[in-house]
Design a protein around this ligand. Structure first.
Ligand SMILES: Nc1nc2c(ncn2[C@@H]2O[C@H](COP(=O)(O)OP(=O)(O)OP(=O)(O)O)[C@@H](O)[C@H]2O)c(=O)[nH]1
Ligand SMILES: Nc1ccn([C@@H]2O[C@H](COP(=O)(O)OP(=O)(O)O)[C@@H](O)[C@H]2O)c(=O)n1
Ligand SMILES: [Mg+2]
Length: 195
């Protein structure tokens, strides 16, 4: 447990590729002042740095596979410890596996809540193909999108059940998660207003 993070709200933001995690995190930051840490963005920053580690990460991400647990956990921890004045943290796109969640909670701090956006696979495919037209992301192409969805189904879907059993899950059900960002955010606020 990192003492500097005691008492901080820590919310895992979980959902498939293109489920709207980043879109909701932007709105949560604007309204509630949390620190938004997107694991995908942290990894892309390492890739953009041109480091040798970045090149290795890029290869994994282009295959839609998961990078080593220790790598992404260390990146998130460093960023949290550099932002201890934040009132809370949004850990976007993490955990990707149950073990990642356990490692985070034992070595950094327990998660206060887990926000899950449930969106249908084909909806996510269409959203990401559209985003890919402007995002410039190396993984927003149909082949990698399908690989990421497969990774999500196999490795990350169990994370949802794990935190549901722990009573920590706050689910945005499909009917809402597939509507507009405003409607999703209205439901998201019901969680953050009571934290
Ligand atoms: N209709 C609709 N589209 C959305 C919503 N949220 C996000 N989108 C669109 O879906 C695409 C993906 O949204 P992101 O917020 O980047 O999704 P993400 O979960 O962060 O995706 P990854 O970073 O790839 O995991 C974007 O192009 C958004 O415009 C929503 O609530 N409704
Ligand atoms: N905890 C994490 C987060 C992202 N990643 C990698 O980074 C990529 C981009 O993550 P992201 O959250 O921006 O996008 P999605 O994969 O969710 O669509 C993932 O596809 C993984 O290859 C990872 O391996 N482990
Ligand atoms: Mg995102």
């Amino acid at each position: 447990m990192a003492a500097e993070l005691a008492g901080k709200k820590i919310i895992f933001i979980v959902g498939g590729p293109g489920s709207g995690k980043g879109t909701q995190c932007e709105r949560i930051v604007a309204k509630y002042g949390y620190c938004h840490l997107s694991s995908g963005d942290l990894l892309r920053a390492e890739v953009a740095s041109g480091s040798e580690r970045g090149q290795e990460l890029q290869e994994i991400m282009k295959r839609g596979e998961l990078v080593p647990l220790e790598t992404v956990l260390a990146m998130i921890r460093d960023k949290m410890l550099a932002n201890t004045d934040a009132k809370g943290f949004l850990i976007d796109g993490y955990p990707r596996e149950v073990d990642q969640g356990k490692q985070f909670e034992s070595s950094i701090a327990p998660a206060t809540s887990v926000l899950y956006l449930d969106v249908a696979t084909e909806t996510m495919v269409q959203r990401l193909i559209k985003r890919g037209q402007t995002s410039g992301r190396a993984d927003d192409n149909e082949e990698t999108i399908r690989a990421r969805l497969n990774t999500f189904e196999k490795a990350t879907a169990p994370v949802v059940d794990y935190y549901k059993q722990q009573g920590k899950l706050y689910e945005i059900e499909r009917a809402v998660a597939e509507s507009s960002p405003d409607e999703v955010f209205a439901k998201v606020c019901l969680l953050f207003d009571k934290l």
